[in-house]
Design a protein around this ligand. Sequence first.
Ligand code: ADP
Length: 250
Amino acid sequence: MAESQAALNVINVVKSYGATRALNGINLRVDPGEFVILLGPNGAGKSTLFQLLTGLFVADEGQIIVDGHDLAVNSVPALGGLGIVFQTPTLDPELSINANLRFHTDLHGVPAKVAQRRIDEELERIGLGGKSKQAVRTLSGGNKRRVELARALLHEPKILLMDEPTVGLDHRSRQDILESVEVLRRDRNLAVLWATHLVDEAKTANRVVILHHGNILNDGPIDTLIEQQGVENLSEAFLKLTDPDKEEVA
Ligand code: ADP
């Protein structure tokens, strides 16, 4: 087979909550080394998609394939292919940085020696090399996010899922996380799916996928989108596509 394997393939995924159709037959493929921004206003369906991708809920219809493994059939290798940074911090503030990271590698069955080597390397990379014994609560918000990103990499996933990862961070820390993820994509050929409602976070991406009312309204390079919509920039294109007065187009 000449075609390389997708890091993530979402095929015809539907999810409803009672009468609300949160995802209306979503198709989304992310290849190794691609940085895809999932951009959608509040209520678009981003969290629902991430909850399905991370196995928290099951789709009503469709398939989710991670690195060739169907999440519904082979959940362990499929989930092992995902590195996840959640919207709300999930580190234990009272434990040391190292203990938090070891907890993660144990959960993923990474052998102790390999785990410690990777933890040391990742902490070195993010500039916290000498601080592994420090309690997480002593870190700044930006450093906590960096540790969460480092943690997501320890079991060597194929795709990073970033669920609105800059919520609550200042401008500098937001830029910093975006840049680190871009470097990881480039250097490790990682796939990245980054959900956000903030247009300015989309500028780093190779592709922007616009989700609105559970439908994908656009999937392609930013330049193409701007040209197709006949506007000046991504903000205008996004507003034009998600304009509440244009419901009938969706
Ligand atoms: P986003 O993350 O883009 O803000 P969500 O996935 O949270 O969007 O929501 C998509 C739609 O599903 C919205 O209409 C929302 O009100 C609805 N929804 C989300 N979670 C639930 C739930 N647990 N019960 C009922 N409706 C929900």
